[in-house]
Design a protein around this ligand. Structure first.
Ligand SMILES: NC(=O)c1ccc[n+]([C@@H]2O[C@H](COP(=O)([O-])OP(=O)(O)OC[C@H]3O[C@@H](n4cnc5c(N)ncnc54)[C@H](OP(=O)(O)O)[C@@H]3O)[C@@H](O)[C@H]2O)c1
Length: 315
């Protein structure tokens, strides 16, 4: 081998090794460091607002934020269900709770703005978690695009993208008053892989990820200290997905483990705004996306069929 070829191979080898070492180290750092959520627990009586807080992951966010001393506004569409949650939460924690009852399909009228703004008026709001998702109906299903009616199209877009956009429009100026602040957007593994039966959900989640990315830079450009993150999430055991604690595994997170992992990943001043907080999901996506597209599609189709079967059992 000539000296120049030998040198070229050595440079390529050293660069590859450095890249792998850097990636491994930053991944370990990302998943192993402790939570910095307390960065947002500042000022007089800090508040967090969680959308879609009457169940599943949203309700677990409420619990873990209250455990960390945050007062929490629970958003949901059913006042009865939210009041029931309130009666379970209040005896457990010393913090305060408020309710924001709003159907996420509601149009952004002046009354809508008034309801949102009066819920946060006078509060030291430092955290907003955009968790709500759905199709505007009582139950979520997985129709193929060809089967969508106009109303169903609007339902998916309204709940998953439009509502979150309007809430951000109203709440970002409120967060700016109590900097540093945190805004999280729940996204999904569907943005990593093509998911049949979830086209509009996928489109909406991709929209939220893109919105987060831009807002993150806009905040920096304007000198604001607001952390913006979207959470690329794999399977979490909630009633909506037809999963329960007994289905929890390395790749199916419990709500508790998922939320704990998420709260551990915030408060950093560096890193990308699009994160996969739960390590089992990160490994799963990494393995699947490294496969040839045809194989990825086969795996995704089989996963979707399983989810459809679980959802059918739920019904
Ligand atoms: N679970 C997973 O495997 C998974 C995976 C990837 C991403 N995610 C994301 O994680 C988030 C939470 O998921 P989850 O499984 O915890 O869902 P979930 O158990 O179905 O909870 C959804 C919450 O949103 C509320 N909601 C639904 N439609 C609404 C509407 N029109 N107006 C107001 N509130 C409404 C629900 O209220 P009700 O109680 O009245 O129904 C509930 O509080 C979502 O953004 C989802 O896309 C979940």
């Amino acid at each position: 081998m000539s000296v120049s070829l030998y040198n070229a191979c050595a440079v390529v080898g050293a660069s590859t090794l450095s890249y792998i070492s850097f990636k491994t180290l930053s991944t370990l750092l990302f998943y192993l460091h402790s939570s910095k959520i307390q960065r947002y627990h500042h000022g007089h009586e800090p508040w967090a607002l969680v959308t879609g807080a009457s169940d599943g992951i949203g309700l677990e966010f409420v619990n873990q934020l209250a455990q960390r001393g945050f007062n929490v506004i629970l958003h949901g569409r059913s006042e009865t269900k939210l009041k029931k949650r309130l009666s379970e939460l209040q005896p457990k924690y010393k913090t305060s709770f408020k309710l924001l009852v709003l159907d996420a399909t509601a149009p952004a009228t002046p009354e809508f703005d008034e309801t949102v703004l009066s819920a946060v008026q006078g509060l030291n709001l430092t955290v907003v978690i955009h968790n709500v998702a759905g199709n505007g109906e009582a139950k979520v299903d997985m129709p193929m695009f060809l089967d969508f009616s106009a109303k169903q199209c609007d339902g998916w877009i309204d709940v998953n993208a439009r509502f979150t956009t309007h809430l951000t429009r109203l709440l970002l100026p409120v967060l700016l008053k109590s900097q540093p602040g945190l805004m999280l957007f729940m996204s999904s593994a569907v943005t990593e892989m093509a998911s049949p039966g979830a086209s509009l959900y996928t489109g909406a989640k991709a929209y939220l990820e893109a919105l987060t990315k831009c807002l993150n830079v806009e905040m920096k450009m304007q000198g604001h200290d607001i952390e913006m993150k979207s959470l690329t999430t794999g399977m979490v055991a909630t009633t909506q997905t037809g999963r329960s604690e007994k289905d929890v595994s390395f790749v199916v997170a419990s709500t508790r483990a998922f939320v704990r992992a998420t709260l551990a990943q915030v408060g950093w001043s560096w890193g990308t705004p699009r994160i996969t907080p739960y390590i089992g999901h990160w490994v799963q996506f990494g393995l699947i996306t490294s496969l040839p597209t045809r194989l990825q599609d086969m795996i995704v189709i089989s996963m979707v069929k399983k989810v459809q079967a679980q959802m059918a059992k739920r019904d």
